[in-house]
Design a protein around this ligand. Structure first.
Ligand SMILES: C[S@@+](CC[C@H](N)C(=O)[O-])C[C@H]1O[C@@H](n2cnc3c(N)ncnc32)[C@H](O)[C@@H]1O
Length: 400
């Protein structure tokens, strides 16, 4: 169901709360870590909105600014430099009013796709974080994400709200495939949804968004009824993440479903070249998943544990995947890199603790060689930690 965007900011919806808390809870540890690189941080909220909702709840700009303020109040470092930018096509004036307590920020009135390259042009060597939260899909140009990956930033991270089901619907429309699943949209209130016509230009527009034409194969399978619209969405999300991995080593996604078994309202996709960042996001996704489950079940307790895709967690299957993955590391690799690669390959299917527990078992059985620096505890005992952080390094190698 398409909706005019005027009332988006009337009150903050539950799904926006999950989305915002994914951002806020990630930004805090991200900033704490990245401040230590002593390079400037450029934060861009590319579709910033009004800054706050009319019911008084903070929007993504206020959440980010409050988090930055909090981190800076608690750091002992004095030479930090953060440049926040807020772009919005329609609400720059509201942003000026709602963010007035934060001097030194940049509010840009215009289109993200027109403004972003100018903003980032001179930022080589900086740490860049882009929050990309549009209503629909039309501004999500994948080639821009590729350019950012090679622009020479010290680091670049993206958190993208991708309306993957909206993409599938448009793909069906453009290729003339009957989309008889309109009832799926009943509860999926969409703001300012994209509407393409069936012509060659629209096909090119979708190629640009997807970063290739792999989506056509998925829509053709839907035409032949060999897959459902649900499968098509999941396959597209999977392929899109793989495509982003051409520029970013670790890409994770969290589907936000308002009801169990429903197609996701959208997927939050995180792309980074840093293993530590990806792992912070894994734990963050599990933290937000608790909130999402409450929304889906109305607070009712569930007997079995589910992963973010609403699939029952099959412990044996998860364990088998962890072993299949680590067994490909026959040369030594850092723990965090191995783990981040695991999640990027299999998705956020279990907590980081579960992965470490399996590694521990494999170390005991002699199948995994684990090297630790330091190798002993402060009391002189043999160290048993699985950690890759300041003052602790863990290196893994599969022995088989
Ligand atoms: C989903 S809302 C953003 C909500 C915001 N992130 C928050 O949490 O408060 C999308 C915003 O994108 C703006 N917008 C639409 N097209 C745009 C474009 N091409 N470039 C930048 N902003 C755009 C709309 O005015 C709207 O405020």
């Amino acid at each position: 169901m398409a909706k005019k965007n005027d009332d988006f900011f009337k009150e903050k919806k539950s799904w926006s709360e999950v989305k915002d808390s994914l951002l806020g809870n990630y930004l805090k540890p991200y900033l704490q870590k990245i401040l230590h690189t002593r390079k400037s941080i450029v934060y861009v909220d590319c579709f910033a909105g009004k800054g706050a909702f009319e019911d008084g709840q903070p929007g993504s700009p206020l959440i980010a600014l409050q988090t930055m303020q909090d981190c800076l109040n608690h750091t002992t470092m004095s030479d930090w430099h953060i440049e926040p930018y807020f772009i919005d096509l329609n609400y720059a004036d509201d942003l000026k009013v709602n963010l007035k307590e934060y001097p030194g920020i940049n509010i840009v009135s215009g289109k993200y796709e027109d403004e972003i390259c100018t903003i980032l042009e001179e930022k080589r060597g900086c740490n860049v974080f882009l929050y990309v939260d549009p209503y629909g899909i039309k501004a999500l140009d994948c080639t821009l994400f590729d350019c950012f990956a090679t622009h020479g930033f010290n680091s670049i991270e993206l958190l993208i709200n991708m309306n993957s089901f909206g993409f599938i619907r448009e793909g069906c429309r453009v290729l003339g495939v009957n989309f008889d699943d309109n009832d799926i949209f009943e509860d999926l209130v969409e703001y300012d949804s994209t509407h393409l016509v069936a012509d060659e230009n629209s096909k090119l527009a979708l190629n640009k968004i997807a970063g290739g034409d792999y989506w056509i194969r998925i829509i053709e399978a839907k035409r032949r009824n060999t897959i459902t619209a649900y499968d098509a969405e999941a396959q597209f999300a999977d392929e899109y993440c793989k495509r982003l991995r051409q520029g970013y080593s670790y890409v994770l996604n969290m589907p936000l479903r308002i009801k169990r078994g429903q197609v996701p309202k959208y997927r939050m996709i995180h792309a980074t070249n840093h293993a530590d960042g990806a792992l912070l996001m894994v734990d963050n996704i599990f933290g937000r998943w608790e909130l999402m489950k409450d929304i889906q079940t109305g607070g009712q307790i569930q007997i079995w544990e589910e992963n973010v895709e609403n699939e029952m967690i099959d412990e044996a299957d998860v364990r088998q995947k962890i072993i299949a993955h680590i067994s490909t590391f026959c040369t030594a690799a850092r723990l965090n890199q191995v783990m981040a690669d695991f999640y990027s390959t299999y998705g956020v299917i279990c907590r980081t603790k579960t992965v470490k527990d399996v590694y521990r078992d494999l170390e005991k059985s002699g199948e995994l060689v684990v090297l630790r620096r330091p190798s002993t505890t402060p009391k002189g005992r043999l160290a048993t930690y699985f950690a890759d952080e300041k003052g602790k390094q863990t290196i893994l190698r599969w022995k088989g």
